[in-house]
Design a binder for this molecule. Structure first.
Ligand code: GAP
Length: 515
Protein backbone atom coordinates (compact mmCIF):
# COMPACT_ATOMS: atom_id res chain seq x y z
CA UNK A 1 0.00 0.00 0.00
CA UNK A 2 2.80 2.39 0.97
CA UNK A 3 4.52 1.49 -2.29
CA UNK A 4 1.37 2.40 -4.26
CA UNK A 5 1.06 5.72 -2.43
CA UNK A 6 4.72 6.49 -3.14
CA UNK A 7 4.22 5.73 -6.81
CA UNK A 8 1.18 7.99 -6.96
CA UNK A 9 3.07 10.82 -5.26
CA UNK A 10 5.82 10.41 -7.85
CA UNK A 11 3.26 10.62 -10.66
CA UNK A 12 1.84 13.89 -9.28
CA UNK A 13 5.30 15.39 -8.69
CA UNK A 14 6.51 14.38 -12.18
CA UNK A 15 3.40 15.85 -13.81
CA UNK A 16 4.24 19.20 -12.25
CA UNK A 17 8.02 19.13 -12.68
CA UNK A 18 7.82 18.33 -16.40
CA UNK A 19 5.08 20.81 -17.24
CA UNK A 20 2.12 18.43 -17.60
CA UNK A 21 -0.35 19.44 -14.86
CA UNK A 22 -0.53 22.33 -12.41
CA UNK A 23 -2.97 22.95 -9.58
CA UNK A 24 -5.53 25.56 -10.67
CA UNK A 25 -4.94 29.08 -9.25
CA UNK A 26 -1.86 27.82 -7.43
CA UNK A 27 -0.63 31.30 -6.47
CA UNK A 28 -3.86 31.67 -4.43
CA UNK A 29 -3.23 28.29 -2.75
CA UNK A 30 -5.19 26.44 -5.41
CA UNK A 31 -8.79 25.46 -6.00
CA UNK A 32 -9.62 22.01 -4.74
CA UNK A 33 -10.10 19.28 -7.39
CA UNK A 34 -9.56 21.72 -10.28
CA UNK A 35 -6.40 21.45 -12.41
CA UNK A 36 -4.69 23.23 -15.31
CA UNK A 37 -2.94 21.44 -18.15
CA UNK A 38 0.53 22.86 -18.72
CA UNK A 39 2.61 23.16 -21.89
CA UNK A 40 3.22 19.40 -22.25
CA UNK A 41 -0.05 18.31 -20.67
CA UNK A 42 -2.12 20.22 -23.19
CA UNK A 43 -0.32 18.44 -26.06
CA UNK A 44 -0.74 15.00 -24.49
CA UNK A 45 -4.41 15.69 -23.78
CA UNK A 46 -4.99 16.92 -27.33
CA UNK A 47 -3.26 13.82 -28.76
CA UNK A 48 -5.40 11.48 -26.61
CA UNK A 49 -8.55 13.34 -27.72
CA UNK A 50 -7.48 13.10 -31.39
CA UNK A 51 -6.73 9.38 -31.01
CA UNK A 52 -10.26 8.84 -29.67
CA UNK A 53 -11.90 11.11 -32.25
CA UNK A 54 -10.16 9.48 -35.22
CA UNK A 55 -11.03 5.99 -33.97
CA UNK A 56 -14.67 6.86 -33.31
CA UNK A 57 -15.55 9.36 -36.05
CA UNK A 58 -12.97 8.94 -38.84
CA UNK A 59 -12.92 5.12 -38.79
CA UNK A 60 -16.71 4.70 -38.58
CA UNK A 61 -18.58 6.06 -41.56
CA UNK A 62 -21.86 6.00 -39.59
CA UNK A 63 -20.58 8.10 -36.66
CA UNK A 64 -20.45 11.90 -36.85
CA UNK A 65 -19.28 14.47 -34.33
CA UNK A 66 -20.84 17.57 -32.82
CA UNK A 67 -19.79 20.24 -30.32
CA UNK A 68 -22.83 21.29 -28.29
CA UNK A 69 -22.77 24.21 -25.85
CA UNK A 70 -22.05 23.74 -22.15
CA UNK A 71 -25.11 25.82 -21.21
CA UNK A 72 -28.41 24.19 -22.13
CA UNK A 73 -32.08 24.95 -21.59
CA UNK A 74 -32.85 24.04 -17.94
CA UNK A 75 -35.68 21.67 -18.93
CA UNK A 76 -32.98 19.42 -20.40
CA UNK A 77 -31.97 18.47 -16.85
CA UNK A 78 -35.53 17.93 -15.70
CA UNK A 79 -36.07 15.55 -18.64
CA UNK A 80 -32.79 13.71 -18.16
CA UNK A 81 -33.53 13.10 -14.47
CA UNK A 82 -30.50 15.04 -13.26
CA UNK A 83 -32.52 17.53 -11.20
CA UNK A 84 -34.32 14.77 -9.34
CA UNK A 85 -31.83 11.94 -9.28
CA UNK A 86 -28.25 13.16 -9.83
CA UNK A 87 -27.44 12.91 -6.15
CA UNK A 88 -24.73 11.49 -3.95
CA UNK A 89 -25.62 9.99 -0.55
CA UNK A 90 -23.55 12.00 1.95
CA UNK A 91 -22.73 11.32 5.57
CA UNK A 92 -20.92 13.59 8.05
CA UNK A 93 -18.71 12.56 10.89
CA UNK A 94 -19.85 14.49 13.97
CA UNK A 95 -16.40 14.52 15.59
CA UNK A 96 -14.09 15.31 12.67
CA UNK A 97 -16.77 17.40 10.86
CA UNK A 98 -15.61 15.68 7.62
CA UNK A 99 -18.11 14.81 4.92
CA UNK A 100 -18.03 11.52 2.97
CA UNK A 101 -19.99 9.68 0.33
CA UNK A 102 -21.70 6.83 2.16
CA UNK A 103 -21.33 4.48 -0.83
CA UNK A 104 -17.60 5.27 -1.13
CA UNK A 105 -17.02 4.45 2.55
CA UNK A 106 -18.68 1.07 2.00
CA UNK A 107 -16.81 0.43 -1.26
CA UNK A 108 -13.50 1.27 0.43
CA UNK A 109 -14.37 -1.24 3.13
CA UNK A 110 -14.88 -3.89 0.41
CA UNK A 111 -11.60 -2.86 -1.21
CA UNK A 112 -9.82 -3.76 2.02
CA UNK A 113 -11.34 -7.25 1.85
CA UNK A 114 -10.25 -7.47 -1.78
CA UNK A 115 -6.69 -6.66 -0.69
CA UNK A 116 -6.87 -9.64 1.69
CA UNK A 117 -7.86 -11.86 -1.25
CA UNK A 118 -4.89 -10.53 -3.25
CA UNK A 119 -2.59 -11.33 -0.31
CA UNK A 120 -3.87 -14.93 -0.21
CA UNK A 121 -3.25 -15.24 -3.96
CA UNK A 122 0.31 -13.87 -3.68
CA UNK A 123 1.08 -16.22 -0.79
CA UNK A 124 -0.29 -19.25 -2.66
CA UNK A 125 1.52 -18.29 -5.89
CA UNK A 126 4.80 -18.28 -3.93
CA UNK A 127 4.00 -21.59 -2.25
CA UNK A 128 2.99 -23.48 -5.40
CA UNK A 129 5.46 -21.86 -7.80
CA UNK A 130 5.02 -22.71 -11.47
CA UNK A 131 2.18 -25.17 -10.87
CA UNK A 132 -0.03 -22.39 -9.39
CA UNK A 133 -3.40 -22.08 -11.08
CA UNK A 134 -4.95 -18.75 -10.07
CA UNK A 135 -8.40 -19.49 -11.50
CA UNK A 136 -8.64 -22.79 -9.64
CA UNK A 137 -7.33 -21.22 -6.42
CA UNK A 138 -9.88 -18.42 -6.28
CA UNK A 139 -12.78 -20.73 -7.02
CA UNK A 140 -11.83 -23.39 -4.42
CA UNK A 141 -9.89 -21.79 -1.56
CA UNK A 142 -12.25 -21.51 1.39
CA UNK A 143 -10.80 -18.32 2.81
CA UNK A 144 -10.98 -16.53 -0.56
CA UNK A 145 -14.54 -17.76 -1.11
CA UNK A 146 -15.62 -16.44 2.31
CA UNK A 147 -14.05 -13.03 1.61
CA UNK A 148 -15.68 -12.86 -1.83
CA UNK A 149 -19.06 -13.86 -0.41
CA UNK A 150 -18.79 -11.08 2.17
CA UNK A 151 -18.01 -8.50 -0.53
CA UNK A 152 -20.91 -9.69 -2.68
CA UNK A 153 -23.39 -9.54 0.21
CA UNK A 154 -22.33 -6.03 1.22
CA UNK A 155 -22.41 -4.64 -2.34
CA UNK A 156 -25.76 -6.28 -3.11
CA UNK A 157 -27.31 -4.75 0.00
CA UNK A 158 -25.80 -1.34 -0.76
CA UNK A 159 -27.06 -1.54 -4.35
CA UNK A 160 -30.59 -2.31 -3.18
CA UNK A 161 -30.56 0.51 -0.62
CA UNK A 162 -29.32 3.02 -3.18
CA UNK A 163 -31.88 1.90 -5.72
CA UNK A 164 -34.72 2.26 -3.22
CA UNK A 165 -33.23 5.43 -1.74
CA UNK A 166 -33.23 3.67 1.61
CA UNK A 167 -30.74 6.06 3.22
CA UNK A 168 -31.45 4.75 6.73
CA UNK A 169 -30.25 1.30 5.68
CA UNK A 170 -27.02 2.78 4.26
CA UNK A 171 -26.32 4.30 7.66
CA UNK A 172 -27.18 1.00 9.34
CA UNK A 173 -24.78 -0.84 7.02
CA UNK A 174 -21.97 1.59 7.89
CA UNK A 175 -22.67 1.03 11.59
CA UNK A 176 -22.92 -2.77 11.25
CA UNK A 177 -19.59 -2.91 9.41
CA UNK A 178 -18.13 -0.62 12.10
CA UNK A 179 -16.72 1.71 9.45
CA UNK A 180 -14.73 4.53 11.03
CA UNK A 181 -13.83 7.99 9.68
CA UNK A 182 -10.58 7.26 7.75
CA UNK A 183 -9.01 10.43 9.19
CA UNK A 184 -10.07 10.48 12.84
CA UNK A 185 -11.13 6.88 13.48
CA UNK A 186 -14.45 8.14 14.93
CA UNK A 187 -17.66 6.14 14.34
CA UNK A 188 -19.96 8.98 15.35
CA UNK A 189 -21.98 9.46 12.12
CA UNK A 190 -24.94 11.68 11.14
CA UNK A 191 -27.87 10.42 9.05
CA UNK A 192 -27.24 9.94 5.29
CA UNK A 193 -28.59 12.78 3.09
CA UNK A 194 -28.90 13.23 -0.69
CA UNK A 195 -26.88 16.05 -2.32
CA UNK A 196 -27.34 17.22 -5.95
CA UNK A 197 -24.07 17.40 -7.88
CA UNK A 198 -24.94 20.02 -10.52
CA UNK A 199 -23.39 23.50 -10.43
CA UNK A 200 -25.98 26.24 -10.87
CA UNK A 201 -25.57 29.59 -12.61
CA UNK A 202 -27.80 32.44 -13.84
CA UNK A 203 -28.56 33.70 -17.34
CA UNK A 204 -29.50 37.39 -17.51
CA UNK A 205 -28.59 40.52 -15.52
CA UNK A 206 -31.85 41.04 -13.67
CA UNK A 207 -31.95 38.87 -10.53
CA UNK A 208 -35.75 38.83 -10.53
CA UNK A 209 -36.09 37.51 -14.08
CA UNK A 210 -32.77 35.66 -14.54
CA UNK A 211 -33.10 32.08 -15.73
CA UNK A 212 -31.55 29.46 -13.50
CA UNK A 213 -29.18 27.28 -15.54
CA UNK A 214 -26.82 24.41 -14.80
CA UNK A 215 -23.32 23.71 -16.05
CA UNK A 216 -23.77 20.40 -17.86
CA UNK A 217 -22.81 17.40 -15.71
CA UNK A 218 -22.37 15.20 -18.81
CA UNK A 219 -21.97 15.92 -22.53
CA UNK A 220 -24.49 13.22 -23.50
CA UNK A 221 -27.59 15.44 -23.26
CA UNK A 222 -26.18 17.81 -25.91
CA UNK A 223 -26.24 14.81 -28.24
CA UNK A 224 -29.79 13.70 -27.36
CA UNK A 225 -31.34 17.13 -27.89
CA UNK A 226 -29.61 17.32 -31.31
CA UNK A 227 -30.65 13.80 -32.37
CA UNK A 228 -33.28 14.90 -34.90
CA UNK A 229 -31.15 17.76 -36.30
CA UNK A 230 -28.20 15.48 -36.99
CA UNK A 231 -30.32 12.58 -38.25
CA UNK A 232 -32.14 14.76 -40.77
CA UNK A 233 -29.31 17.01 -41.96
CA UNK A 234 -26.86 14.08 -42.14
CA UNK A 235 -29.48 11.72 -43.63
CA UNK A 236 -28.30 9.17 -41.06
CA UNK A 237 -29.70 5.63 -41.11
CA UNK A 238 -30.04 3.49 -38.01
CA UNK A 239 -27.68 2.30 -36.60
CA UNK A 240 -25.64 5.50 -36.38
CA UNK A 241 -23.65 7.36 -33.75
CA UNK A 242 -23.02 10.92 -32.60
CA UNK A 243 -19.74 11.64 -30.84
CA UNK A 244 -18.70 14.61 -28.76
CA UNK A 245 -15.84 15.71 -26.53
CA UNK A 246 -16.14 18.55 -24.05
CA UNK A 247 -16.18 19.88 -20.52
CA UNK A 248 -18.54 18.63 -17.82
CA UNK A 249 -18.94 19.90 -14.26
CA UNK A 250 -19.85 18.12 -11.05
CA UNK A 251 -19.81 19.45 -7.52
CA UNK A 252 -18.03 16.31 -6.31
CA UNK A 253 -17.93 16.11 -2.54
CA UNK A 254 -15.27 13.46 -2.33
CA UNK A 255 -13.03 14.93 -5.01
CA UNK A 256 -9.65 13.31 -4.60
CA UNK A 257 -6.88 11.33 -6.23
CA UNK A 258 -5.51 14.15 -8.37
CA UNK A 259 -7.21 14.28 -11.80
CA UNK A 260 -9.14 11.03 -11.20
CA UNK A 261 -12.15 12.84 -9.76
CA UNK A 262 -12.40 16.53 -10.62
CA UNK A 263 -15.05 19.21 -10.37
CA UNK A 264 -14.36 20.42 -13.93
CA UNK A 265 -13.36 17.68 -16.34
CA UNK A 266 -13.65 16.59 -19.95
CA UNK A 267 -15.65 13.69 -21.34
CA UNK A 268 -15.46 11.86 -24.67
CA UNK A 269 -18.87 10.35 -25.30
CA UNK A 270 -20.61 8.58 -28.15
CA UNK A 271 -24.31 7.76 -28.36
CA UNK A 272 -25.11 4.93 -30.78
CA UNK A 273 -28.75 4.91 -31.93
CA UNK A 274 -30.08 1.41 -32.68
CA UNK A 275 -33.31 -0.42 -33.41
CA UNK A 276 -35.16 -1.47 -30.22
CA UNK A 277 -34.44 -5.11 -29.47
CA UNK A 278 -30.90 -4.98 -30.93
CA UNK A 279 -29.40 -2.89 -28.14
CA UNK A 280 -27.80 -5.71 -26.13
CA UNK A 281 -26.04 -7.02 -29.24
CA UNK A 282 -24.63 -3.52 -29.91
CA UNK A 283 -23.80 -3.05 -26.24
CA UNK A 284 -21.65 -6.21 -26.31
CA UNK A 285 -19.99 -5.06 -29.57
CA UNK A 286 -19.13 -1.66 -28.15
CA UNK A 287 -17.78 -3.18 -24.96
CA UNK A 288 -15.34 -5.21 -27.02
CA UNK A 289 -14.47 -2.38 -29.40
CA UNK A 290 -13.75 0.07 -26.60
CA UNK A 291 -11.63 -2.42 -24.69
CA UNK A 292 -9.60 -3.05 -27.85
CA UNK A 293 -9.16 0.68 -28.31
CA UNK A 294 -7.64 0.97 -24.84
CA UNK A 295 -5.46 -2.08 -25.38
CA UNK A 296 -4.12 -0.61 -28.64
CA UNK A 297 -2.15 1.89 -26.55
CA UNK A 298 0.11 -0.93 -25.37
CA UNK A 299 -0.03 -0.19 -21.65
CA UNK A 300 -0.47 -3.88 -20.79
CA UNK A 301 -3.59 -5.98 -21.32
CA UNK A 302 -3.68 -7.10 -17.66
CA UNK A 303 -4.30 -3.51 -16.61
CA UNK A 304 -7.91 -3.59 -17.85
CA UNK A 305 -10.95 -5.50 -16.66
CA UNK A 306 -14.72 -5.24 -17.01
CA UNK A 307 -16.98 -4.57 -14.08
CA UNK A 308 -20.57 -5.41 -14.96
CA UNK A 309 -23.07 -3.40 -12.91
CA UNK A 310 -25.60 -5.10 -10.66
CA UNK A 311 -27.08 -1.76 -9.72
CA UNK A 312 -28.26 -0.01 -12.89
CA UNK A 313 -28.80 3.75 -13.34
CA UNK A 314 -32.40 4.82 -13.82
CA UNK A 315 -31.95 4.97 -17.62
CA UNK A 316 -30.04 1.71 -18.29
CA UNK A 317 -30.92 -1.94 -19.00
CA UNK A 318 -27.26 -3.06 -19.03
CA UNK A 319 -24.07 -1.33 -17.94
CA UNK A 320 -20.39 -2.08 -17.49
CA UNK A 321 -17.24 -0.19 -16.63
CA UNK A 322 -13.86 -0.71 -18.15
CA UNK A 323 -11.66 -0.54 -15.07
CA UNK A 324 -7.98 0.34 -15.16
CA UNK A 325 -5.23 -0.57 -12.75
CA UNK A 326 -4.42 2.93 -11.45
CA UNK A 327 -1.63 3.48 -8.88
CA UNK A 328 -4.39 3.18 -6.24
CA UNK A 329 -5.92 -0.02 -7.65
CA UNK A 330 -8.54 -0.98 -10.25
CA UNK A 331 -11.07 1.85 -10.76
CA UNK A 332 -13.57 2.95 -13.42
CA UNK A 333 -12.02 4.42 -16.55
CA UNK A 334 -14.91 4.24 -19.02
CA UNK A 335 -18.63 3.48 -18.77
CA UNK A 336 -20.59 1.58 -21.44
CA UNK A 337 -24.33 1.81 -20.96
CA UNK A 338 -27.34 0.49 -22.79
CA UNK A 339 -29.53 3.55 -22.09
CA UNK A 340 -32.74 2.22 -23.68
CA UNK A 341 -35.03 4.93 -25.13
CA UNK A 342 -35.15 6.72 -21.77
CA UNK A 343 -33.49 9.98 -22.83
CA UNK A 344 -35.10 10.48 -26.24
CA UNK A 345 -38.55 9.62 -24.84
CA UNK A 346 -38.08 11.99 -21.90
CA UNK A 347 -37.02 14.83 -24.25
CA UNK A 348 -40.02 14.10 -26.48
CA UNK A 349 -42.33 14.40 -23.48
CA UNK A 350 -40.76 17.59 -22.12
CA UNK A 351 -40.26 19.39 -25.46
CA UNK A 352 -43.35 18.17 -27.33
CA UNK A 353 -41.08 17.52 -30.38
CA UNK A 354 -40.82 14.13 -32.10
CA UNK A 355 -37.43 12.44 -31.68
CA UNK A 356 -38.01 9.42 -33.87
CA UNK A 357 -36.60 7.50 -36.79
CA UNK A 358 -38.77 6.70 -39.78
CA UNK A 359 -37.99 3.20 -41.02
CA UNK A 360 -38.79 3.05 -44.76
CA UNK A 361 -38.75 -0.77 -44.67
CA UNK A 362 -41.63 -1.01 -42.21
CA UNK A 363 -43.13 2.41 -43.00
CA UNK A 364 -43.25 3.16 -39.26
CA UNK A 365 -41.67 5.51 -36.72
CA UNK A 366 -39.87 4.47 -33.59
CA UNK A 367 -37.82 6.01 -30.79
CA UNK A 368 -34.33 4.49 -31.16
CA UNK A 369 -32.56 2.77 -28.28
CA UNK A 370 -29.13 4.04 -27.33
CA UNK A 371 -25.80 2.45 -26.48
CA UNK A 372 -23.42 4.93 -24.90
CA UNK A 373 -19.64 4.84 -24.54
CA UNK A 374 -18.33 7.47 -22.12
CA UNK A 375 -14.74 7.97 -21.07
CA UNK A 376 -13.19 10.75 -18.99
CA UNK A 377 -10.33 12.37 -20.87
CA UNK A 378 -8.56 13.45 -17.68
CA UNK A 379 -8.95 9.99 -16.16
CA UNK A 380 -7.52 8.45 -19.33
CA UNK A 381 -4.65 10.94 -19.17
CA UNK A 382 -3.93 9.76 -15.61
CA UNK A 383 -4.10 6.10 -16.65
CA UNK A 384 -1.64 6.61 -19.52
CA UNK A 385 0.70 8.94 -17.63
CA UNK A 386 0.90 6.81 -14.49
CA UNK A 387 1.60 3.58 -16.38
CA UNK A 388 4.15 5.31 -18.62
CA UNK A 389 6.22 6.68 -15.73
CA UNK A 390 8.94 4.17 -14.93
CA UNK A 391 12.14 4.07 -12.96
CA UNK A 392 14.44 1.80 -14.88
CA UNK A 393 17.60 0.04 -13.69
CA UNK A 394 20.19 0.01 -16.48
CA UNK A 395 22.82 -2.61 -17.29
CA UNK A 396 25.67 -0.35 -16.15
CA UNK A 397 24.14 -0.14 -12.65
CA UNK A 398 22.75 3.37 -13.11
CA UNK A 399 19.06 4.17 -13.37
CA UNK A 400 16.87 6.47 -15.40
CA UNK A 401 13.39 7.95 -15.12
CA UNK A 402 11.58 7.35 -18.40
CA UNK A 403 8.08 8.36 -19.43
CA UNK A 404 7.19 5.59 -21.89
CA UNK A 405 4.19 7.37 -23.37
CA UNK A 406 2.77 5.70 -26.47
CA UNK A 407 4.81 7.55 -29.13
CA UNK A 408 1.63 8.56 -31.02
CA UNK A 409 0.51 10.48 -27.91
CA UNK A 410 3.84 11.99 -26.81
CA UNK A 411 3.74 15.82 -26.61
CA UNK A 412 7.11 16.23 -28.34
CA UNK A 413 7.96 13.71 -31.02
CA UNK A 414 11.52 14.81 -31.81
CA UNK A 415 14.15 16.63 -29.75
CA UNK A 416 16.89 18.32 -31.76
CA UNK A 417 20.23 18.33 -29.96
CA UNK A 418 23.40 19.91 -31.43
CA UNK A 419 26.37 18.20 -29.76
CA UNK A 420 28.12 21.56 -29.21
CA UNK A 421 26.94 25.17 -29.14
CA UNK A 422 29.54 26.13 -31.82
CA UNK A 423 31.20 25.18 -35.12
CA UNK A 424 27.97 25.63 -37.11
CA UNK A 425 26.19 22.74 -35.29
CA UNK A 426 23.34 24.90 -33.87
CA UNK A 427 22.72 26.36 -37.35
CA UNK A 428 22.40 22.92 -38.97
CA UNK A 429 20.27 21.69 -36.02
CA UNK A 430 17.89 24.62 -36.41
CA UNK A 431 17.56 24.12 -40.14
CA UNK A 432 16.65 20.43 -39.51
CA UNK A 433 14.12 21.51 -36.89
CA UNK A 434 12.61 24.15 -39.19
CA UNK A 435 11.94 21.41 -41.69
CA UNK A 436 10.59 18.79 -39.23
CA UNK A 437 8.25 21.18 -37.43
CA UNK A 438 5.78 21.13 -40.35
CA UNK A 439 5.10 17.47 -39.55
CA UNK A 440 5.87 17.02 -35.87
CA UNK A 441 5.98 18.80 -32.54
CA UNK A 442 9.72 19.39 -32.01
CA UNK A 443 11.93 20.76 -29.24
CA UNK A 444 15.41 22.31 -29.42
CA UNK A 445 17.89 21.80 -26.58
CA UNK A 446 21.58 22.74 -26.58
CA UNK A 447 22.16 23.08 -22.80
CA UNK A 448 24.26 20.57 -20.76
CA UNK A 449 26.14 17.42 -21.77
CA UNK A 450 24.40 15.18 -24.29
CA UNK A 451 23.83 12.38 -21.71
CA UNK A 452 21.92 14.75 -19.45
CA UNK A 453 19.88 16.02 -22.36
CA UNK A 454 18.93 12.43 -23.29
CA UNK A 455 17.80 11.81 -19.70
CA UNK A 456 15.74 15.01 -19.76
CA UNK A 457 13.98 13.91 -22.93
CA UNK A 458 13.41 10.39 -21.51
CA UNK A 459 11.69 11.90 -18.48
CA UNK A 460 9.69 14.15 -20.77
CA UNK A 461 8.46 11.19 -22.83
CA UNK A 462 10.06 12.28 -26.15
CA UNK A 463 10.35 9.16 -28.34
CA UNK A 464 13.20 10.42 -30.59
CA UNK A 465 16.34 12.49 -30.09
CA UNK A 466 18.33 13.70 -33.09
CA UNK A 467 21.96 14.58 -32.37
CA UNK A 468 23.89 16.76 -34.77
CA UNK A 469 27.71 16.49 -34.64
CA UNK A 470 30.72 17.44 -36.78
CA UNK A 471 30.22 14.46 -39.09
CA UNK A 472 26.73 15.81 -39.84
CA UNK A 473 28.35 18.87 -41.46
CA UNK A 474 30.36 16.62 -43.75
CA UNK A 475 27.95 13.87 -44.81
CA UNK A 476 24.43 15.02 -43.87
CA UNK A 477 23.96 12.22 -41.34
CA UNK A 478 22.77 12.47 -37.73
CA UNK A 479 22.32 10.13 -34.78
CA UNK A 480 18.78 9.11 -33.98
CA UNK A 481 18.25 7.80 -30.42
CA UNK A 482 15.17 5.77 -29.51
CA UNK A 483 13.73 6.55 -26.05
CA UNK A 484 12.60 3.03 -25.10
CA UNK A 485 15.57 0.94 -26.28
CA UNK A 486 18.12 3.79 -25.98
CA UNK A 487 19.47 2.40 -29.27
CA UNK A 488 21.39 4.89 -31.43
CA UNK A 489 21.66 4.73 -35.21
CA UNK A 490 23.44 6.82 -37.81
CA UNK A 491 20.94 7.88 -40.45
CA UNK A 492 20.70 10.38 -43.26
CA UNK A 493 18.90 13.66 -42.45
CA UNK A 494 16.46 12.81 -45.26
CA UNK A 495 15.35 9.64 -43.44
CA UNK A 496 14.20 11.32 -40.20
CA UNK A 497 10.68 12.15 -41.37
CA UNK A 498 10.02 8.65 -42.65
CA UNK A 499 11.31 6.90 -39.50
CA UNK A 500 9.29 9.13 -37.15
CA UNK A 501 6.15 9.02 -39.33
CA UNK A 502 6.23 5.21 -39.40
CA UNK A 503 6.55 4.98 -35.63
CA UNK A 504 3.66 7.34 -34.88
CA UNK A 505 1.38 6.17 -37.70
CA UNK A 506 -2.29 6.10 -36.59
CA UNK A 507 -2.91 3.04 -38.75
CA UNK A 508 -0.14 1.13 -37.01
CA UNK A 509 -1.30 2.03 -33.49
CA UNK A 510 -5.04 1.60 -33.98
CA UNK A 511 -4.73 -1.79 -35.66
CA UNK A 512 -6.12 -3.67 -32.60
CA UNK A 513 -9.23 -1.49 -32.43
CA UNK A 514 -10.36 -2.42 -35.92
CA UNK A 515 -10.07 -6.20 -35.72
N1 GAP B 1 -23.00 10.10 -19.83
C1 GAP B 1 -22.70 9.08 -18.90
C2 GAP B 1 -21.84 9.51 -17.81
O1 GAP B 1 -21.55 10.69 -17.64
P1 GAP B 1 -20.43 8.63 -15.81
O2 GAP B 1 -20.07 7.21 -15.43
O3 GAP B 1 -20.98 9.50 -14.78
O4 GAP B 1 -21.40 8.48 -17.05
C3 GAP B 1 -18.47 8.76 -17.54
O5 GAP B 1 -19.14 9.31 -16.42
C4 GAP B 1 -16.97 8.87 -17.38
O6 GAP B 1 -16.61 10.24 -17.10
C5 GAP B 1 -16.40 8.08 -16.21
O7 GAP B 1 -16.14 6.74 -16.58
C6 GAP B 1 -15.12 8.84 -15.91
O8 GAP B 1 -14.08 8.42 -16.78
C7 GAP B 1 -15.49 10.27 -16.24
N2 GAP B 1 -15.81 11.03 -15.02
C8 GAP B 1 -16.98 11.06 -14.36
N3 GAP B 1 -16.93 11.89 -13.30
C9 GAP B 1 -15.68 12.41 -13.30
C10 GAP B 1 -14.99 13.33 -12.45
N4 GAP B 1 -15.59 13.92 -11.43
N5 GAP B 1 -13.70 13.64 -12.75
C11 GAP B 1 -13.08 13.06 -13.81
N6 GAP B 1 -13.68 12.19 -14.64
C12 GAP B 1 -14.95 11.86 -14.39
Amino acid sequence: MAKQEDLFKKVIAHAKEYGYIFQSSEIYDGLSAVYDYAQNGVELKKNIRDYWWKAMVQLNDNIVGIDAAILMHPTTWKASGHIDAFNDPLIDNKDSKKRYRADVLIEDYCLKIEKKIEKEITKAAKRFGESFNKEEFITTNQRVLTYQEKINTILARMGKSLEKENLADLKLLIEELEIADPLSGSKNWTEVKQFNLMFGTKLGANTATAMHLYLRPETAQGIFVNFANVQKTGRMKIPFGIAQTGKAFRNEIVARQFIFRMREFEQMEMQYFVKPGTEIEWYEKWKEKRLNWHKSLGLGEDNYRFHNHDKLAHYANAAADIEFNFPFGFKELEGIHSRTDFDLKAHEEHSGKKLRFFDPKTNANYVPYVVETSVGLDRLFLAIFSKALQNEELEDGSSRVVLRLPSILAPTKVAILPLLKKDGLPELAKSIMNDLMYNFQTMYDEKDAIGRRYRRQDANGTPFCITIDHQSLEDNTVTIRHRDSMKQERISINEITLIVSKEISFKKWIHNFRV
